[in-house]
Write a protein that binds this ligand. Structure first.
Ligand code: PXP
Length: 246
């Protein structure tokens, strides 16, 4: 049997709904409390440059509300680095970010951006914030993460999720192998592999079955499903599916 697989719940889209009306409801902090109560292993939040969902003031409130580790997703900018160093989340996942995109499309080019990323990774490492790089499942990117001394990589499952939507069984097999090979290469080189993006009740199990993966970060689907079955049940059901796949 493989080691336990942690579930980090991304609560950004609770804040998306809140912000649609500009008030305080629904509060992502309440979502974090529910995630903690039903056995989630961590809270993930992306403070985007345009603050379209999570706001600066949410971070401290989320940290104060539960004992769960906070995984702050952030662009590799000086502004976000300063915020991370001030809040000291358990982990910081560096993601590529373009203002006009709807969500994080494609992984970070850790190989091509070495010189830009190196001082940011090293300042986060020095502050004991666990750095994760959100990358495509590509050996070149894993090797770049090694050179950057990142202890964690998060493998982007967006392409895998799209292949599911297209019903492309052959493509899914190829992509699953790419993800499994990248996870194995990461572990071989002392890096802890995580995965996330676009995961759902339907497509999570083949990913959860990859034995080297230590954590999945899942958001949009869980919050969407919460509208119909409640957040507690949504997180619980995902947890059960992940556990059954190990
Ligand atoms: N991991 C990372 C690095 C992300 O940027 C996101 C989306 O914010 C997720 C996981 C969660 O993706 P989804 O919301 O599609 O589950």
């Amino acid at each position: 049997m493989s080691a336990a697989l942690r579930l980090g719940v991304n609560i950004d889209h609770v804040a998306t709904i809140r912000n649609a009306r500009g008030g305080d409801h629904p509060d992502p902090v309440r979502a974090a409390e529910i995630v903690a109560a039903v056995g989630g292993d961590g809270i993930t939040a992306h403070l985007r440059e345009d603050r379209r969902h999570i706001r600066d003031s949410d971070l401290a409130r989320i940290q104060a509300a539960t004992n769960l580790p906070l995984n702050l997703e952030m662009a590799a900018t000086e502004e976000m680095l300063e915020i991370a160093l001030r809040h000291k989340p358990h982990a910081a996942c560096i993601v590529p970010e373009r203002r006009e995109e709807r969500t994080t499309e494609g992984g970070l080019d850790a190989a091509g951006q070495h010189n830009h990323l190196a001082p940011i990774v090293s300042r986060l490492n020095d502050a004991n914030i666990r750095v994760s790089l959100f990358i495509e499942p590509d050996p070149r990117q894993i090797e770049a993460a090694m050179r950057l001394r990142a202890p964690v990589v998060e493998l982007h499952t967006g392409r895998y999720a799209h292949l599911w939507l297209d019903g492309d069984a052959a493509g899914i097999e190829v992509e699953l192998k790419r993800i499994a090979d990248a996870a194995a290469l990461a572990v071989k080189n002392g890096i802890e592999p995580h995965a996330g993006h676009g995961l759902t009740f339907e497509n999570v199990q083949p990913i959860a079955a990859i034995p080297q993966l230590a954590e999945l970060n899942i958001g949009h689907y869980l919050v969407g499903e919460a509208i119909f079955i409640g957040l507690e049940e949504s997180v619980r059901r995902m947890r059960t599916l992940m556990d059954a796949a190990r």
